[in-house]
Design a protein around this ligand. Sequence first.
Ligand code: KG4
Ligand code: ZN
Length: 346
Amino acid sequence: MSAKQNAPRITLGIETSCDDTAIGIYHESDGLLAHSRQSQTIHDQFGGVVPELAARDHINAIEYVLSDALSKASITLDDITGVGFTQGPGLAGSLLVGSSFGRSLAWGLNIPSIGIHHLEAHLLAPFLEQNEPQFPFLALLVSGGHTMLIDVQSLGRYRILGQSLDDAAGEAFDKTAKLLNLGYPGGPLIEARAQEGDPTTYALPRPLLDKDNLDFSFSGLKTAVANLIAKEQPIESEIITNNIAASFQQAVMDTLVGKTEKALCQGDYNHLVISGGVGANQALRTAFDTMANNNGVVTYYPRLEYCTDNGAMVAIAAHLRLNNQGGQDLGFGVLPRWPLSELAVC
Ligand code: KG4
Ligand code: ZN
């Protein structure tokens, strides 16, 4: 597959790993031209994502999301010079929709395409900003499915320093919100309640913070919150909900910030990237900025709309990868379980 000669490189990024159908369009010199996202609401009635329904909904949404992104960018399909799509990890059926759509599109347009690792896309999302991170950096990837500290030497050179041994931080936010009957996704709902609450009301654990490693564990904290909520039943006052939310959020923040500080001290980092859905939390950002500032380290975050799953992060990752290694052959298979450590080093 050869790239279009002399045309500016414009890369389409497709994200369908879970319950967002999203497409971003990245221009090599003008940056992100547009992105479009349709978040699935079909799962609300079930209290969690139903994989088969998610895959069907991606099929229904993807053509609209593509035409919406193209029209926002004021370009046509013929202007696209490369396509990237999330190949894994994620839900197999959902991944298959984006990858078959992306590969077919590239085949039809005779342009290169590439499968993108979802976590790499989160990691590279801050490169969408004017003030790009500089390699090497320490990254904290904190999302609904992952909590990881990663040493990033350059594109594709990732070493996992520590990760959650059980629940991810975002999962703990979601489960706590569910126990408090706040809804889904839990992160923003807990954050809003926490703003009104007192974080010192309840003493909750800071898991593994005193251990000499960089791993996380949030299942014990989740159980402690569940026990606390059970003890406080019936919760009839907003003040109790707000105080539980604030105390829980503070425990997560102290743990994430403490472990990240430990990693910064062990390595020789000047730059820290925070990415993934939980990175959208403003209180968390403030806590990280303070800690980083005390350690002479510069922080980088994607803007809020690129923290949770989106097509823009896949477009920038695909742009960087296609520049670096070119396209892949036209076969496609998805990788629902794809460890970041198995990404090829370029
Ligand atoms: O990165 P993401 O969209 O999906 C995964 O790849 O997992 O992250 C979603 C997670 C959810 O658990 C959600 O509750 C959490 O990010 N989240 C937040 C906030 N916004 C989203 N957690 C805390 N505070 C927020 N403001
Ligand atoms: Zn994600």
